[in-house]
Design a protein around this ligand. Sequence first.
Ligand SMILES: *[C@@H]1O[C@H](CO)[C@@H](O)[C@H](O)[C@H]1NC(C)=O
Ligand SMILES: *[C@@H]1O[C@H](CO)[C@@H](O)[C@H](O)[C@H]1NC(C)=O
Ligand SMILES: *[C@@H]1O[C@H](CO)[C@@H](O)[C@H](O)[C@H]1NC(C)=O
Ligand SMILES: *[C@@H]1O[C@H](CO)[C@@H](O)[C@H](O)[C@H]1NC(C)=O
Ligand SMILES: *[C@@H]1O[C@H](CO)[C@@H](O)[C@H](O)[C@H]1NC(C)=O
Ligand SMILES: *[C@@H]1O[C@H](CO)[C@@H](O)[C@H](O)[C@H]1NC(C)=O
Ligand SMILES: *[C@@H]1O[C@H](CO)[C@@H](O)[C@H](O)[C@H]1NC(C)=O
Ligand SMILES: *[C@@H]1O[C@H](CO)[C@@H](O)[C@H](O)[C@H]1NC(C)=O
Ligand SMILES: *[C@@H]1O[C@H](CO)[C@@H](O)[C@H](O)[C@H]1NC(C)=O
Ligand SMILES: *[C@@H]1O[C@H](CO)[C@@H](O)[C@H](O)[C@H]1NC(C)=O
Ligand SMILES: *[C@@H]1O[C@H](CO)[C@@H](O)[C@H](O)[C@H]1NC(C)=O
Ligand SMILES: *[C@@H]1O[C@H](CO)[C@@H](O)[C@H](O)[C@H]1NC(C)=O
Length: 446
Amino acid sequence: MGSPKALLIGVLQVLLVGESSSQPTSRDRATLLAIKNAWGNPKQLASWDPAVNADHCNWTGVACEGAGGGRVVTGISLPSLNITGKVPGSVCDLTNLTRLDLSYNNLTGGFPGAALYPCSQLRFLDLSNNFFDQALPDDISRLSPAMEHLNLSANYFRGAIPAAVAGLPALKSLVLDSNKFTGAYPAAEISKLAGLEQLTLAYNAFTPAPAPLEFAKLTNLSYLWMSSMNMTGEIPTAYSNLANLTLLVLSDNNLSGEIPAWVWQHQRLEFLYLFNNSLTGELPRKVTAVNLRELDVSSNNLTGEIPEDFGGLGNLSLLFMYENQFTGTIPASITMLPNLREIWLFRNKLSGELPSKIWSIPKLTTLNIQNNNSTGSLPAKITENIQRIVIGNNRFSGSFPTSAIGLQVFNAENNLLSGKLPPDMSRFPNLQRLLMSGNQLTGSIP
Ligand SMILES: *[C@@H]1O[C@H](CO)[C@@H](O)[C@H](O)[C@H]1NC(C)=O
Ligand SMILES: *[C@@H]1O[C@H](CO)[C@@H](O)[C@H](O)[C@H]1NC(C)=O
Ligand SMILES: *[C@@H]1O[C@H](CO)[C@@H](O)[C@H](O)[C@H]1NC(C)=O
Ligand SMILES: *[C@@H]1O[C@H](CO)[C@@H](O)[C@H](O)[C@H]1NC(C)=O
Ligand SMILES: *[C@@H]1O[C@H](CO)[C@@H](O)[C@H](O)[C@H]1NC(C)=O
Ligand SMILES: *[C@@H]1O[C@H](CO)[C@@H](O)[C@H](O)[C@H]1NC(C)=O
Ligand SMILES: *[C@@H]1O[C@H](CO)[C@@H](O)[C@H](O)[C@H]1NC(C)=O
Ligand SMILES: *[C@@H]1O[C@H](CO)[C@@H](O)[C@H](O)[C@H]1NC(C)=O
Ligand SMILES: *[C@@H]1O[C@H](CO)[C@@H](O)[C@H](O)[C@H]1NC(C)=O
Ligand SMILES: *[C@@H]1O[C@H](CO)[C@@H](O)[C@H](O)[C@H]1NC(C)=O
Ligand SMILES: *[C@@H]1O[C@H](CO)[C@@H](O)[C@H](O)[C@H]1NC(C)=O
Ligand SMILES: *[C@@H]1O[C@H](CO)[C@@H](O)[C@H](O)[C@H]1NC(C)=O
């Protein structure tokens, strides 16, 4: 303490720091330390310490680009770290920052505009799954004009969505679902974002209104999620322009009318969720949407038969059509689908014989056709892939299967099954739930 040597080292350190702080490298390091300090130096950021790790580009969640004196921080990615507090005002001192991911933390306060507007190169901002609240500011378009991905999902933002969110011309993703937004959303302005590929407005308590026709202009959209947001009226015919859609989710709204024909002929659509609306009418015979993987039109008022053409949907994995008024038989064509895993058709008015080949769909795990009027019988051996058979309240006859290796749930209540229950339940090693009342079976379950 106080020796000339110690003093000299102290002076040298000051000189070194002073000299190099004009370099982007040491400026960025000082900024990162200021950010850490603003968050109360949480132990999750223990690696952010020159004594632990001399190279700040190697600190948790920090990404750098460039070389030598031009090596700069371009990304900060700190999801799921329990970070509390606000977005620090110093973050844009990282002048080359293009990507900021603070999702799944415990950040609070209003939208951090003052902190983020100076980030002139920011392209990707993910503040989703935090505790932000208040209304979005009317000057949110002061974010960098380079912004491509804006994700504010799963927060507590409220009030009307300002038209200014659409003042970011390069946007490809606008992710606003699962907040507390109310009122009308700026559909006309959003529809001018020609490069938009992903749009989510789901789970907000908007004023009841029809699906905006203007969205038909967003021909680059591939992902459109608009469930549970009080939509009324019909699914627009004009949306047939949205030829790049791979996901269309309009479930949990008050949509009425028929499902337009374009939906069933779409060439890219993979995920279609229209459940829990008031849709009516029959499905068309012509179904050529061959990329469909998951189809859910449950809990509507759809009528008519299940289209034979569903047998051409070779990628189909989930077929959910329960709680409608479908009639006729289940088409044998669907038993040819190599990827079909789950069939849910309960509470319809289906009748006729269940195609026996349904039991040999190679990937089938679940068949639920409870509460229909189907006839048919069960095979002696249920294949290993099948885990749940729910056929209660139908008119199945014949005898109980003699083995079912994978079966966990078997509900065949109120049918016309007869004969003996198998004496050897070891042939049903995974059975957890068995409902058999209302049949003419004899014997007892060991
Ligand atoms: C980065 O940090 C890890 C441990 O945190 C260490 O093993 C590695 O050597 C460091 N790399 C550089 C270039 O500093
Ligand atoms: C950092 O930003 C400056 C100023 O815009 C730019 O000249 C430089 O190329 C950027 N560096 C990197 C690695 O992106
Ligand atoms: C975050 O907090 C939860 C509960 O408080 C804890 O279980 C989890 O391990 C924490 N995660 C981190 C990265 O500290
Ligand atoms: C952060 O929020 C999660 C819930 O999202 C909670 O489980 C966790 O305890 C919170 N952590 C802190 C440090 O507040
Ligand atoms: C937020 O949205 C962006 C842009 O679509 C996406 O890349 C990111 O994965 C999303 N974040 C989470 C936590 O899902
Ligand atoms: C639409 O997407 C294509 C392919 O990614 C791209 O070339 C085109 O520029 C996009 N259109 C707009 C208006 O951004
Ligand atoms: C629908 O709108 C009504 C009236 O504006 C509102 O009370 C309700 O919360 C909204 N519901 C949903 C699911 O958005
Ligand atoms: C959207 O579709 C058009 C025409 O089919 C195509 O030119 C464009 O590249 C697609 N955009 C994307 C993002 O796939
Ligand atoms: C159906 O959607 C409405 C909103 O339109 C929602 O309030 C209701 O909870 C949903 N029903 C079910 C069973 O999820
Ligand atoms: C939407 O439908 C639900 C029942 O599913 C009903 O309670 C609600 O009043 C309807 N809302 C509008 C705006 O029509
Ligand atoms: C279906 O129609 C029946 C009879 O018209 C009606 O009572 C019921 O509320 C409708 N269900 C839905 C989900 O629209
Ligand atoms: C089954 O058929 C009987 C007699 O034809 C009819 O009374 C009943 O309503 C039908 N049940 C269903 C769910 O369609």
